[in-house]
Design a protein around this ligand. Structure first.
Ligand SMILES: [Zn+2]
Length: 234
């Protein structure tokens, strides 16, 4: 690598290869309910216990899952880069369990293992899952999972970390893996990071809105393509 400053963006496709169902398509359905409708503030207001039950099952699935070759390749790449940032849409902890430091990653859609108050700023991590919908010990309001639901803004603190990384310098390598890039900010960040002639590599079995901007397209699952790519880059 000539410019060893790296940005990696990952989405649900990377976790799917560890057996974590994506929201889209039949696999994501839970008790015949569409996750795209469950992961909303409206669904939580209507039936918090139902939404909590679904998140508890997802937490359970994630705890049993293992990081795959894509997670490991990304952690290896971070080791040899001069500067590195991962921005992931995934709320699981598989990147971290593969060895990536928290300081080198931004979970832009939140962290499923955080439980936060729906009213005040109280939150905690990795508590014992209880039944029903938990209440805040500070203010008594309902606690909710620490994830960003559909229709909610991205967390300001995390967005700022990405912006700071992009503003400081451009990147020699930008990798976008396992995301359909349907959110505009993914394309925006990928393009801005690679703006001074950096490589923009897309790894996804299917075409996405980002594809036409990529300098290299790899039409394979991330767990197959990433180890090979990282070997080549190192
Ligand atoms: Zn509270």
């Amino acid at each position: 690598m000539h410019n060893r400053r790296v940005l990696v963006l990952t989405g649900a496709g990377v976790s799917a290869e560890s057996g974590i169902p994506t929201f889209r398509g039949k696999d994501g359905y839970w008790r015949n309910l569409d996750p795209i409708k469950l992961a909303t503030a409206e669904a939580f207001a209507r039936d918090p216990e139902l939404v909590w039950q679904w998140y508890r099952e997802r937490r359970h699935t994630i705890r049993r899952a293992q990081p795959n070759a894509a997670h490991e390749a990304i952690a290896n790449l971070a080791q040899c880069a001069d500067e590195f940032l991962l921005v992931t849409q995934n709320v699981d902890d598989l990147h971290e369990r593969a060895g990536l430091a928290k300081a080198e990653m931004v979970q832009i859609h939140g962290d499923i293992f955080v439980t936060k108050c729906s009213r005040c700023d109280f939150e905690h991590e990795h508590e014992q899952d209880q039944n029903g919908a938990p209440r805040c010990t500070k203010c008594g309001a309902l606690m909710r999972p620490g994830v960003i639901w559909f229709g909610e803004p991205l967390p300001a603190r995390e967005t700022e970390r990405v912006e700071n990384y992009l503003q400081r310098d451009s990147c020699g390598v930008v990798i976008v893996a396992g995301t359909t890039a349907t959110f505009g900010y993914i394309i925006d960040w990928a393009l801005r990071a690679s703006r001074r002639g950096g490589e923009l590599i897309e790894i996804n079995p299917e075409e996405t809105p980002l594809s036409r901007f990529a300098t290299r397209l790899v039409r394979e699952p991330a767990a197959i393509a990433l180890p090979r790519l990282v070997d080549e880059l190192m």
